[in-house]
Design a protein around this ligand. Structure first.
Ligand code: SF4
Length: 699
């Protein structure tokens, strides 16, 4: 009986992720046949295609034509009209440029040529904007898949899984399901087979459900299950009928680390044994709705085999060289950071575990030889620095000559000598959890490393020739404007040592200590929205605001200024923290590549100045500047739903928006260029000289 393991979108298509290979290795070691499918890669590969994107461009044009048949647009139609018009030029540029863009990312020479790389990634980003608009109200990128009501309930998930809204529908129905059907038809043992969807990141949740509804309809006899951190973190907070609703199309779900639970499930289905006693397996229950028998949620890492990548299309990733993930450790040895809810744990992080160093070397040797690659990302929550140095010593002795990167908590243990050991073992990058450059905030976060230590570790890594990446965020509860600016100053003062950085914004998660003890962090109240049946929303109100809007704008301005010193790009492109493309750039061009390129301001600047495609002019029936006002009303509407009504539903939304005035036709001509908002070409003459008063708003 085959177990098909499916990794759904939306994630990084530049390198394989660890989850499916880990499970594959474990099941195969127990003689269970596995079909691993990176549906994220396959679905994006199918979508980022000249033919598919020409279809998207036609769909956008057709959508505009339909809306322009009306005399006036409702609030929701205005939002749709705006999205379609804004994506017109992106869609045409993407359809024309996508073949070359993908070829560039897979070609060794063009990948490292800055202008070629820059154009390729911009084309793909334009494609994602066009795909999103064509499936309005979708927002799709490589980390997020969002529709306003999409994850409220299974009804909403199914509604948004229709072809009009789901860009992956054709891939699922025409490629994935036929392959699964064929696989199970070839199973001669007469068993039902198992399909498991691996949901690691929040952006996979909605596509995973959409995939599952379609698979279940097509293959009703196959046992459909799901697991992974993205699903576990949601399911372990639910019980009874809410848990049953969360199961949706799935026959079962695996919570926490899944190796033994999935094996027990496959064996029970094989032998016809009851599934009821399998620990951590969520099942429907006639009395309770759904439930699971709680079991030990953490695997003994020492007993687990190497991840197994056989069967994945390793040559199809959008990279010229394969970067493989490997997990020397699991969990976090520190586990105290108060904002953190990471991986497969109810609160905070999973318990820390390590593989034996000799085993790590044996696994890495085998993977490197088998897949002919030297590039690895050690994918782990947070590795103990002592263990990392031991691994580095062993890598030096092994003669493997790998090039590797990992995430790391700054510790004073990382002396200059040890940083040099990391470099000699092949370390090209360490992404450091800096969090904040302000001492008080860092203490409240409980990072266990004062600013001085963080700074020293950055200096030592940089001096050793290892790219030191800084991961920070602003807006931790109680952080003032000056404290946020301390973080930006920290980065600025170390601009010669920091390879790239990210400054995110604090987001409250259910399993963080902030959510467990809100008053300790200046938080008055934490709430969820009525109508959110899967319990995914979480909002909070400070006891006293810690920043004004002006303060936030000042921080944003400083951040924009700071970013001029690096060539930063969004995930998963080169210039983002902890990505395969970034790692390859360091390995080929050195740890200072993203600073040097910003200083040089050469090819990428020219590339950025060059349009992706020829701009064009066109008439529009509805003035886009007026339609854009609908976006402000939309934001106000959601503010009312979230903060005042604290409830979300289509009915509540319709109740608030029904009084909004429709937009009447007001023809105009606009200029359309990829990556830019459409630009009005003329304004109606009013017979007056324009006012030059500083507060003039009339045009
Ligand atoms: S932020 Fe990193 S170091 Fe801190 S608890 Fe989470 S995984 Fe561990």
């Amino acid at each position: 009986m085959t177990v098909a393991l499916v990794y759904p979108p939306t994630c990084d298509p530049t390198a394989p992720y660890l989850a499916v290979p880990m499970l594959t290795g474990f099941l195969r070691a127990h003689s269970v046949p596995v079909l691993p499918i990176d549906a994220n890669l396959e679905a994006f590969d199918a979508l980022l295609d000249p033919g598919a994107l020409s279809g998207i461009a036609e769909r956008i044009d057709a959508g505009i034509a339909v809306l322009e048949r009306a005399d006036a647009l409702s609030h929701e139609q205005q939002l749709r009209y705006l999205a379609l018009q804004r994506a017109r030029a992106d869609a045409h540029a993407a359809a024309r440029g996508i073949a070359e863009a993908k070829a560039t990312l897979r070609d060794e020479a063009r990948f490292f040529d800055e202008a070629s790389y820059d154009r390729a990634t911009r084309i793909i980003d334009a494609a994602l904007r066009a795909i999103s608009a064509a499936h309005h109200p979708l927002h799709l990128d490589f980390t997020a898949y969002r529709t306003p009501f999409g994850l409220l309930s299974q009804d909403e998930i199914r509604r948004m899984a229709a072809p009009d809204y789901d860009p992956f529908d054709a891939y699922v129905n025409e490629t994935l399901i036929p392959r699964l059907r064929q696989t199970f038809a070839n199973d001669t043992d007469g068993r039902r087979g198992v399909i498991g969807l691996s949901v690691c990141f929040p952006g996979q949740l909605q596509p995973a459900y959409a995939f599952a509804w379609k698979i279940k309809r097509a293959l009703p006899d196959v046992h459909l299950t799901a697991g992974g951190p993205g699903l576990t973190q949601m399911m372990i907070r639910l019980s009874g009928s809410a848990l049953a609703e969360a199961l949706g199309p799935f026959d079962s779900a695996v919570v926490y680390e899944g190796e033994h639970t999935l094996l027990a499930l496959a064996q029970a289905l094989e032998t016809g044994a009851s599934l009821r006693a399998i620990p951590n397996l969520v099942l429907r229950d006639p009395l309770l709705g759904a439930r699971y028998v709680a079991g030990h949620g953490m695997e003994d890492l020492q007993g687990l085999p190497s991840p197994d990548f056989d069967g994945l299309p390793l040559e199809r990733y959008l990279s010229p060289r394969l970067t493989l993930p490997y997990d020397p450790t699991r969990g976090c040895y520190w586990g105290k950071c108060t904002f953190c809810h990471y991986g497969l744990a109810e609160v905070g992080t999973a318990e820390y575990r390590e593989r034996d160093v000799a085993t790590m070397i044996a696994h890495l040797r085998e993977l490197s030889t088998k897949h002919a690659t030297k590039h690895f990302y050690f994918s782990q929550d947070s590795v103990a620095p002592k263990t990392l140095v031991k691994l580095a010593d062993a890598l030096i002795d092994s003669g493997l000559e790998l090039r590797w990167g990992t995430d790391l908590k700054p510790e004073k243990y990382l002396t200059a000598e040890r940083a040099d050991t990391l470099r000699r073992s092949g370390a090209v990058a360490c992404a450091l959890g800096v969090e904040s450059g302000n001492g008080r905030v860092l203490e409240l976060i409980d990072k266990g490393a004062p600013v001085r230590v963080v700074s020293d570790v950055i200096d030592r890594l940089a001096a050793a020739g290892v790219a030191a990446e800084a991961m920070c965020f602003t807006d931790f509860p109680t952080e003032t404007r000056d404290e946020a600016l301390d973080t930006l100053r920290f980065l600025d003062e170390r601009r010669d040592c920091i390879a790239v950085y990210i400054v995110g914004e604090f987001g409250l998660t259910h399993g963080s200590l902030v959510a467990q003890e809100p008053p300790r962090f200046g938080v008055r109240e934490v709430w969820q929205l009525a109508g959110d049946r899967l319990g995914l929303s979480l909002f909070f109100e400070p006891i006293a605001p810690w920043k004004s809007d002006d303060d936030r704008a000042a921080v944003d301005d400083e951040l924009a200024e700071l970013s001029r010193s690096w060539t930063l790009r969004p995930y998963p492109w080169a210039g983002a923290v902890s990505t395969a493309h970034t790692l390859l750039h360091y390995a080929e061009l050195g740890p200072g590549v993203f600073r040097d390129r910003a200083r040089g301001g050469d090819a990428a600047r020219h590339g950025a100045a060059r349009s992706l495609d020829e701009p064009f002019e066109a008439a529009v029936k509805f003035d886009l500047a007026r339609a854009a006002l609908a976006e402000r009303r939309e934001a106000e509407t959601w503010g009312e739903l979230v903060s005042v009504l604290r409830a979300v539903s289509r009915e509540a939304y319709a109740g608030l928006t029904k009084s909004y005035r429709p937009l009447r036709a007001s023809p105009a001509r606009f200029r359309f260029a990829a990556e830019s908002a459409p630009e009005a070409l003329s304004t109606r003459p009013r017979g007056r000289r324009p006012s030059h008063a500083h507060n003039a708003t009339r045009r």
